[in-house]
Design a protein around this ligand. Structure first.
Ligand code: CP
Length: 312
């Protein structure tokens, strides 16, 4: 199958076949990262701009590593180091970046829809690295890859996503991604943190976290996004942890083969206990490892995928 998408903007616009192609390509890319020389010439001569308006550790660094492992030239700019601080609009910044002929622009922005706007403005490929509370497709793809790798399948699995669903672009993208690939998604958390219409995305809802834990093949905990909450949606962190957090005691009621995930950054002791983050069921760092492979696959595929990574 030929990958024909110019941009990666959200999970809605990827078909099951395209998702499978991305995951299969990421599986092959992962092998490059365990070679003594972690570099292939696949994207030599390509330029990747990493434009991050919001802080990031995992996404920015893994895109940078992914580009470098494929021999692309990558460079990073942040809001603070760009002329945005002098009053230039995003559209004008984009036009100026485009004038320097980059091949791919990776954008993280605090406003929903900005990568879509950028994709309409520029000829370069645009990859959404997280836009406001809307979408984080590369996170969902690395989560799908990690679950498929650990469980050997996605279809038919029970995925529980627990926490601050309302403010989470990761939750939105994962609900769409996992349901599209045939999994059943159950959302749990405080009523103040679960949007009313979320079932229209294909997920079920419970306000009882214990219910979401006992039957799950995969438990994905989400961070309390204090920076996005306009008012207090819970009393204290201690209370939140007790009622909605994945405590050590609560984790004992999970299936013996459960996978515990978190997109990061983790608030240890709030949504998830210290011991659970570091425990035997946690695959949180596997997610980070696979983030590099998925982003290598995406950079390769939006570039036309003209060379076979295996052949390099
Ligand atoms: N999961 C994630 O997007 O992490 P960063 O904000 O560190 O990129």
């Amino acid at each position: 199958m030929q990958f024909t998408k110019k941009d990666i903007l959200d999970m809605e616009s990827l078909s099951v076949e395209e998702i499978n192609l991305i995951l299969d390509t990421a599986d092959r890319m992962k092998e490059i990262s365990i070679r003594p020389i972690k570099k292939v010439p696949t994207l030599r001569g390509k330029t990747v701009i990493l434009f991050f308006y919001e802080p990031s550790t995992r996404t920015r660094i893994s895109f940078d590593i992914a580009a470098k492992r494929l021999s692309a030239d990558s460079l990073s700019i942040s809001k603070a180091s760009s002329s945005i601080v002098k009053g230039e609009t995003l559209a004008d910044t984009a036009r100026n970046l485009e004038a320097m002929k980059p091949d791919i622009i990776v954008l993280r922005h605090s406003s929903a829809g900005t990568p879509h706007m950028l994709a309409r403005l520029v000829k370069s490929s645009v990859i959404n690295a997280g836009d406001g509370m809307h979408a984080h497709p590369t996170q969902a793809l690395l989560d799908l890859m990690t679950v498929r790798e650990k469980k050997g399948k996605i279809s038919g699995l029970h995925i529980s996503i627990i926490g601050d669903i309302s403010h989470s672009r990761v939750a939105r993208s994962n609900i769409i991604g996992f349901t599209k690939m045939g999994a059943k998604v159950l959302l749990a958390g405080p009523p103040t943190m679960i949007p009313k219409d979320v079932e229209s995305l294909g997920a079920s809802v419970t306000y009882n976290v214990d219910e979401a834990i006992c039957d799950a093949d995969v438990i994905m905990m989400l961070r309390i996004q204090k920076e996005r909450q306009k008012s207090f949606l819970f009393s204290t962190e201690r209370e939140y942890s007790k009622v909605y957090g994945l405590t050590k005691e609560r984790a004992k009621n999970a299936r013996s083969d459960v996978l515990i995930m978190h997109p990061g950054p983790v608030n240890r002791g709030v949504e998830i206990a210290y011991e659970v983050v570091d425990g035997p069921h946690s695959i949180i760092l596997d997610q980070v490892t696979n983030g590099v492979a998925v982003r290598m696959a995406l950079l390769y595929l939006v570039s036309g995928g003209v060379r076979n990574a295996d052949a390099d």
